[in-house]
Design a protein around this ligand. Structure first.
Ligand SMILES: Nc1ncnc2c1ncn2[C@@H]1O[C@H](COP(=O)(O)OP(=O)(O)O)[C@@H](O)[C@H]1O
Ligand SMILES: [Mg+2]
Length: 234
């Protein structure tokens, strides 16, 4: 199937430090692809490169058949690329409902509106007027994902969604991603939690020091113990 999102030979720098080296990956419609690798290998930089937050110096980003290289992040968002960054960025002095409303993107509509989000996230539906800043880490993670869905993205990017969450919340997150997959949502996520990644993904791409060092289906990757040992924190 034709990919909905493609990164071709991305080379990204922070000032003069070269971080991504010819990173190439693609995501097909409806697929869940997981970017794996230890701390500092370039997972977040890959998301930032795709989103236009840290534009690659060279390489091509193709989204929905269009060459979007060099586009600013607001244009990528309007085109339908959703991004939940690692640091979550809930607006503390705003309520849950207001945080969700802020996820709307002009010109984008679809199955996700405030009612649909509250149906998917009963936890948030129970506290629409709570201040964002008073939520637990797990509640904030759910709220940032819900907020990204409010923009009805065609591809949802989640940067290390399970990081720092309790096992109970990680279980809820797993069910959420499985629900989204069942509804044909296209997801690109990053993870260091191997079990979580194996449970939610269709395909895995492994990064090491800014290079793609492995790509394969979850069924194949599951058996690659040498690769787990070499490139993951297991
Ligand atoms: N804003 C920045 N300025 C300079 N270097 C950075 C910046 N952000 C990340 N880096 C460096 O880029 C490399 C990749 O980081 P990152 O993409 O955050 O990795 P990961 O998400 O896999 O942990 C690391 O060596 C990190 O120290
Ligand atoms: Mg990161």
């Amino acid at each position: 199937m034709e990919s909905i999102l493609k990164a071709i030979d991305l080379n990204t720098f922070y000032d003069r430090s070269h971080i991504l080296f010819n990173v190439t990956l693609e995501v097909a419609p409806g697929e869940t692809v997981c970017l794996m690798g230890r701390n500092g290998v370039g997972k977040t930089t890959t998301f930032r490169s795709l989103m236009g937050l840290t534009p690659p110096k060279t390489g091509t980003v193709v989204f929905k058949g269009k060459d979007c290289s060099g586009w600013a992040s607001y244009r990528m968002a309007r085109m339908g690329l959703g991004f939940v960054p690692e640091d979550r960025r809930i607006l503390g002095p705003f309520t849950v409902r207001e945080n969700l409303e802020l996820g709307r993107i002009p010109g984008r509509s679809g199955r996700w509106d405030i009612d649909a989000v509250f149906k998917q996230f009963p936890l948030l539906a129970d506290m629409p007027e709570r201040m964002g800043g008073t939520l637990s880490g797990g509640e904030q993670q759910m709220l940032t994902i819900a907020r990204a869905l409010m923009g009805n993205p065609d591809v949802l990017m989640l940067d290390e969604p399970s990081e720092g969450l309790s096992p109970v919340i990680v279980g809820e997150l797993k069910r959420l991603i499985q629900d989204l997959k069942a509804a044909d949502t296209t997801i690109l996520l990053s993870e260091q939690n191997l079990k979580f990644a194996l449970a939610v993904s269709d395909r895995v791409v492994v990064l090491d020091k800014g290079h793609v060092v492995y790509g394969g289906s979850v069924a194949q990757f599951q058996k690659e113990e040498k690769i787990h040992k070499k490139y993951l924190a297991v």
